[in-house]
Design a protein around this ligand. Structure first.
Ligand code: NAD
Length: 251
């Protein structure tokens, strides 16, 4: 329970990777603040399970991020995980989807960091963990907004790490390959349409085509990495991008 007494805010923690990270941090004693969309019953069940608070807010809007940070209070561990995807050729990419993806996957992280850092500096300890993607270093067609936002998130993480390097605060990205979550499942229909493929073809020939291990990560794998990055043993890991991509970016 080495995180007892620490408060962790995990954005997008009503589902998928964020929920697994919230569970892993709570299991080490952190007081978790949940964020993200979901029906009332699901959120009530999660807050009861994790003895956590849930703070609402649409993080694709600056007011939503500010409301979340005000509701969460001082945060020792900040996990920027909320994200969305849209798949379309660039010339057909809906401009409102571009704006929404950049706002949620990139700008929200800037805003949460800017608002969380003063308390971390006062404490002389903090952990910022930005969930990027294998697409933070490479691209796939039809994902212009997502790839841009994830490359941007690794960029954002570096100056933050440098600015805080002597403050006891680390800032890193964790970049998974394909993890079996609703976000992945939900992009199958769009990819089927964009590429004229069957569901099986999308899974085997598109998603796992570039993941050499040919296996999806599990959300709990990301939970364990987040816990490790909070340990004293990870105090010298800062400004980096931890790849958990089944070898994707080794190619
Ligand atoms: P998910 O769809 O299961 O969960 C997304 C979470 O973000 C949910 O809690 C949702 O409510 C929240 N969210 C969405 N829009 C929001 C908004 N406007 N305001 C506030 N919250 C919002 O997704 P996931 O697969 O768990 O992905 C989590 C993160 O991991 C994302 O940043 C994603 O890009 C990244 N990632 C996922 C995979 C993967 O294979 N699943 C791979 C690489 C990176």
């Amino acid at each position: 329970m080495f995180l007892a007494g620490k408060r962790a805010l995990v954005t997008g923690s009503t589902s998928g990777i964020g929920l697994a990270i919230a569970r892993a941090l709570a299991a080490e004693g952190a007081e978790v603040v949940l964020s993200g969309f979901g029906d009332e019953a699901t959120i009530a069940a999660l807050t009861a399970e994790l003895k956590a608070r849930h703070v609402a807010g649409d993080l694709s809007r600056r007011e939503g991020v500010e409301a979340l940070m005000a509701g969460a209070g001082a945060v020792d561990i900040l996990v920027n995980n909320a994200g969305m995807q849209h798949v379309a050729p660039v010339e057909e990419f809906p401009v409102e989807k571009w704006d929404q993806i950049i706002a949620l996957n990139l700008t929200a992280a800037f805003d949460t960091c800017r608002l969380a850092i003063p308390h971390m500096q006062k404490q002389g300890w903090g952990r910022i963990i930005n969930i990027a993607s294998a697409h933070s270093l490479t691209a796939s067609p039809y994902k212009s907004a997502y790839v841009s936002a994830k490359h941007g998130l690794t960029g954002l993480t570096k100056p933050i790490a440098l600015e805080l390097a002597t403050s006891g605060i680390t800032a890193n990205c964790v970049s998974p390959g394909y993890v079996w979550t609703p976000l992945v499942e939900n992009q199958i229909p769009d990819t089927m349409k964009a590429r004229g493929m069957t569901r099986e073809e999308v899974i085997n020939d598109v998603m796992l085509e570039r993941q050499p291990t040919k296996q999806f990560l599990q959300p709990s794998d990301l939970g364990e990495m987040a816990v490790f990055l909070c340990r004293d043993a990870a105090a010298q890991i800062t400004g980096t991008n931890v790849l958990m991509d089944g070898g994707w970016n080794a190619q």
